[in-house]
Design a binder for this molecule. Structure first.
Ligand SMILES: NC(=O)c1ccc[n+]([C@@H]2O[C@H](COP(=O)([O-])OP(=O)(O)OC[C@H]3O[C@@H](n4cnc5c(N)ncnc54)[C@H](OP(=O)(O)O)[C@@H]3O)[C@@H](O)[C@H]2O)c1
Length: 430
């Protein structure tokens, strides 16, 4: 058997300890498939005495993860600490600077610093494997970089955050409100104590920036992703969506437009029956629209120790086999700096809900605002006549621009019969 791939592993939390378990459980199989054993020779975490349920014997321990990069036996560094900056960034920079390839599950790090780190990797004859950073157990990075290499991709989109998908699925099935379902998700371990990165769409935006880089050959640009979360989604909107034949999903969508690259994360109405509408609970899915194969959908577990470890180990096998691909599919110097398409230029159909005082003439006022902005109504639902009380009116539009729609909603919101700010959800045409 050939020499092992000697690994330094930083971070022994959910993912790090799952990687060690996987390497122990399937070590012989992996050695066969990789052509050489995958051996962790050194590890680092903060709390040395903590029992992590995995064997650490035979591995050197470093309190400081940067020591892994100076250890001459370590060929490859696995970064499973997390965070866009701080020690994770310092570790990855040091490893690449020393010519050691890196495997990471850290989407925040790569969404913010991916272009710089890809340059650094290439300049030092190293690479970065980040299969685990996007949609956990779904091998979408390899799929885009290798399986679909013969295709031009026109759009990539997906359900990229399991916490949000769990909350939206549960709200629909139970009819309960956002706060109540979020508390449940936290109790069950599907949401963090501080859930803001997930529910505000930031985590999905990190992943979208990486998918867009792979799909469109551009430098990842997290700052260019329009990001809106799910806090404002109400059971009323979910019920109306259902009645009109839609599911509400938090999607990340990237596509080329005449104004540049559009990258956006926000709640979307998707037609019931579209494959992505069936992805429920904590599951993730990614759809690539490509010129040769058409649309392909990839679904599976987007997080959790074992699925994420599966992706980390896949990257380690590639390194063991010396299969080197550029970090974002093309050499970093060839990655384009695509202009960001402004959200006001977005063209699509919209759903919006108004709470109005039930008086004659309300609809005519609303219709006039829409007419003045050339927004055409596709459907309208008005419920339960209760004179002088607030009742919902729900409208969907034909395709229009975001700028016109926002302009019309601004005027509608100022009508004295409209008692709450309009609630808007974009309809995604799939
Ligand atoms: N959890 C998932 O399902 C999942 C899925 C996909 C991607 N990811 C990504 O994977 C990465 C790790 O996530 P995780 O859930 O495994 O995190 P975690 O459970 O919080 O583990 C983090 C680990 O990093 C160690 N650590 C923190 N600061 C350190 C420092 N200064 N020096 C050395 N070690 C340090 C911690 O040490 P102690 O244990 O001693 O405190 C811990 O072992 C993140 O980038 C995350 O976004 C996670």
């Amino acid at each position: 058997m050939s020499e092992p791939l000697r690994i330094g592993l930083a971070g022994l939390g959910t993912v790090g300890s799952a990687v060690l378990s996987l390497l122990e459980r399937n070590g012989a199989l992996l050695a066969e498939r990789a052509g050489r054993p995958l051996r962790v020779v050194a590890v680092s975490a903060r709390d040395r005495p903590r029992d992590r349920g995995v064997r650490l014997d035979g591995m050197r321990w470093y309190d400081d993860p940067l020591a892994l990069t100076a250890d001459p036996e370590v060929e490859t560094v696995v970064e499973l600490i997390g965070g866009a900056d701080g020690i994770a960034l310092a570790l990855v920079r040091a490893a690449l600077g020393a010519g050691k390839s890196v495997v990471t599950a850290n989407k925040a790090l790569l969404a913010h610093h991916g272009a710089e780190l890809a340059d650094l990797a290439e300049g030092n004859g190293a690479t970065i494997g980040f299969e685990a950073a996007v949609a956990g157990g779904i091998p979408i990075v390899k799929t885009l970089r290798e399986g679909l290499v013969g295709n031009r991709i026109s759009r990539i989109y997906g359900i990229l955050n399991g916490t949000c998908n769990y909350i939206l699925t549960n709200m629909r099935q139970s009819g309960r409100g956002f706060d109540e379902v979020l508390s449940d998700a936290q109790r069950l371990g599907y949401a963090e104590a501080d859930p803001s990165f997930d529910i505000d769409g930031v985590d999905a935006a990190h992943k979208l920036a990486l998918l867009a880089a792979l799909a469109f050959g551009c430098r990842p640009d997290f700052g260019a992703v329009y990001t809106e979360g799910i806090r404002h989604i109400s059971p009323l909107d979910i019920a109306f969506a259902d009645e009109m034949g839609y599911r509400i999903k938090l999607l990340g969508v990237a596509r080329r437009t005449e104004y540049g690259l559009e990258q956006r994360v926000h709640p979307c109405m998707v037609r019931i029956g579209e494959p992505i509408s069936e992805i429920e609970g904590v599951f993730n899915a990614v759809v690539a629209d490509a010129d040769q194969v058409g649309s392909t959908l990839y679904a599976g577990r987007g997080a959790g120790g074992a699925p994420t470890a599966s992706a980390v180990v896949a990257d380690l096998c590639d390194l063991a086999k010396a299969t080197r691909t550029p970090v974002f599919a093309v050499p970093s110097g060839a990655l384009e700096r695509l202009p960001a398409a402004p959200m006001e230029r977005h063209v699509g159909a919209y759903y919006f809900r108004l709470m109005v005082v039930d008086r004659p003439g309300v609809l005519a006022d609303v219709a006039a605002c829409l007419r003045d902005h050339a927004v055409s109504i596709e459907s309208l639902i008005q419920r339960a006549r209760r004179p002088d009380e607030a009742v919902p009116i729900v409208l969907t539009t034909h395709e229009t621009t975001e700028a016109e729609l926002i302009g019309a909603l601004g005027r509608i919101g100022e009508l004295d019969t409209v008692v709450e700010p309009p609630r808007l959800i974009r309809i995604e045409s799939l």
